[in-house]
Design a protein around this ligand. Sequence first.
Ligand code: ZN
Length: 219
Amino acid sequence: MPNMTADIAALHAARKATGPDACEAEAGKSSDRMVEFENLVRKELELIGEDPSREGLVKTPERVAKAMAWLTRGYELDVAEVVGDAVFEEEHESMVMVRDIELYSMCEHHMLPFFGKAHIAYIPQGRIVGLSKLPRIVEVFARRLQVQERLTEQIAQAIQDVLQPEGVGVVIECEHLCMMMRGVEKQNSRTITSALKGSFKTDPATRDEFLRLAHGPRR
Ligand code: ZN
């Protein structure tokens, strides 16, 4: 715990030390990137047989570039930063679970959305994290190009790293637009992935309790 607090303090100090010049340079770089992106979208519109200069499409490249930056903002986020100082010493030793965390991501094979729910649980070992931070950890990894399997693993690993708990379990259930609106057109299929660490992997009773809670009936 003292180590992590020190790391976060160092990170914030480094951010402050970069000053306005660095910020301006960064802003310049990102606006160059947006212009390049808009040009690409204009090209893409042409390639699908559209006329990028028609009224409805004139502002589309700019909108797509902005939307894409938003949908992939996870690349700019990191777990230590989103968790901040919301890790607390606590002797609670039973399972903590947050279920039905909304999740939106994009598959890296087709760059089409997949979306659904994440269920996260852990058994603390001397420290807990503010509950609102769990959805934010999901965002860090969901807002990138992903495969659902890796997303699940990365969330579990991040919680493992931040809290060093006795165990962690993550279940994600999603619908993938690349399956629903193209190719096989399996419109009602859901993909379910799980990642289990520590006692969630080694202790059948813990694992069963978690999976029962994760898949149990909704209120
Ligand atoms: Zn896909």
